[in-house]
Design a protein around this ligand. Structure first.
Ligand code: ZN
Length: 436
């Protein structure tokens, strides 16, 4: 496989590596099930992080996993930092670095996140969200696709090299991080704690077909607090209902979303997508009593950011939007306050001709006989840090997942297997190989 600047892989070694991935298929499914059983919601990642540390340590590559804390005081001034939602105590990321005896190829970071989003209404799931279930060749469970399957592919790709009696002939960094789903500060901390790799590859799930990420939007999280005027419901007109005021605010956000999606605002990477910028009302809490006019409500909003448009500009636009909404006569004097916690993230383009993109594309073609398609994601990943602030290249390529962030999330086990094979041979061609 001489294209994409990959080092040639001896045919015998290639056969041995692919055979080893096959022989590890049951282990891969077992590890995926184990990881899904960890209910690694925000703030509850410790068990899953321990499992990943054990998986890295068990690879036989002599890896000594280390903990990488998120030091807010050190990171707060760094580009890409997002305002935290909670303390980082007891939630250290896990990283492990393999060093070769004799360096031949280029270094590589393989990274995944352990955090998952809430399961939503668990009663809507066919099987409980944190009890993995296999049906029709798919493993179901929250986080199965996004992105515990990717973590499994990383571990199993390395395990296969080792089983074939080989190891990477360049530095290979492995990391399992927190908070991909709300800040990215876990990945930011790891990036600054390790030497700069020649590339970063993240097996985030694809869009339902084999794909390579070539762009992603940014995201800003805003929290709007609405304070009305309470009254007994018999004098309802004397009060100002904070929950009803939230509806006026939502209209303003929808108008903003329409403006942001206009064709002339679209980055070329999103030319084929007529609605890349999504504004989501993720949480709405408020009110005190069914027979009292609601005094206070809080709206949690996620706003997409077009590449080329700064997240800090979007923040300013949201502040202006909220200030203008406060003057809407229908609010009748309700007070609005906005704060920004969670994502403050720029969009990003992952060049389709960068070497790591070519390497993954060529390896996917060689392994599966199919062409990768290009994917411009309307959500974000941790890959942005390496591209925007890490001075290196990055992209995402991962298994076929369905219903991520939804009900009955699942991942195709055949796709996990394919991605593992591609990762193993990408490591081999990118880093080179030496005897273990
Ligand atoms: Zn993810």
């Amino acid at each position: 496989m001489p294209d994409a600047g990959l080092l040639p892989i001896d045919p015998g070694a290639r056969r041995a590596i692919l055979g080893a991935v096959d022989s590890l298929a049951d282990d891969a499914t077992a590890l995926l099930a184990q990881l899904v059983r960890h209910r690694s919601l925000l703030g509850e990642e410790a068990g899953c992080l321990d499992a990943m540390a054990a998986a890295f340590a068990g690879l036989g590559l002599g890896l000594a996993p280390r903990r990488v804390p998120v030091h807010v005081d050190r990171l707060a001034g760094m580009s890409g930092f997002s305002p935290p939602l909670m303390s980082y105590a007891g939630r250290d990321n896990v990283a492990a670095v393999h060093r070769p005896r004799q360096r031949q190829g280029r270094s590589l970071m393989l990274q995944g996140h352990v955090d998952v989003v809430p399961e939503g209404a668990a009663d809507l799931w066919a099987t409980p969200p944190f009890e993995p279930d296999i049906r029709g060749g798919r493993l179901y469970g929250r986080g199965a696709g996004d992105m515990k399957a990717g973590l499994v592919s990383i571990v199993m790709a390395c395990a296969a090299l080792r089983r074939a009696g080989l190891q990477p002939a360049a530095e290979l960094q492995l990391a399992a991080v927190i908070e991909e789903e709300c800040t990215g500060n876990g990945a930011l901390a790891v990036m600054h704690a390790l030497p700069r790799p020649d590339a970063c590859l993240i097996p985030e799930p694809g869009p339902g077909f084999p794909a390579l990420y070539v762009a992603e939007v940014g995201v800003v999280w805003a929290w709007v607090t609405i304070t009305g005027r309470p009254a007994h419901v018999r004098d309802m007109q004397a009060g100002v209902n904070a929950i009803e005021a939230a509806y006026v605010l939502m209209e303003r956000f929808r108008a903003y979303e329409d403006a942001m999606n206009r064709a002339e605002r679209r980055h070329p990477a999103f030319a084929g997508d007529n609605h890349p910028i999504n504004v989501n009302f993720g949480t709405l809490t408020g009110g005190e009593w069914n027979s009292s006019v609601a005094t206070r409500a809080r709206l949690g909003v996620r706003v997409g950011v077009m590449p080329g448009h700064s997240c800090h500009d979007v923040r300013t636009e949201i502040e202006a939007l909220v200030a203008q909404a406060a003057d809407d006569p229908r609010l009748r004097g309700a007070r609005l306050g906005v704060e920004f916690k969670g994502f403050m993230a720029d969009g990003c383009v992952f060049p389709r001709d960068q070497p790591i993109a070519q390497a993954v594309t060529a390896t996917h073609r060689a392994v599966t006989g199919t062409e990768l398609r290009h994917y411009s994601a309307t959500g974000l990943t941790d890959a942005r840090f390496y591209t925007l602030y890490g001075g290196t290249q990055a992209t995402c390529y991962g298994p076929d997942a369905e219903n991520i962030h939804g009900i009955d999330e699942s991942v195709g086990l055949d796709a996990v297997h394919d991605v593992t094979r591609v990762l193993a041979l990408t490591i081999a061609g990118w880093c080179g190989l030496e005897a273990a």
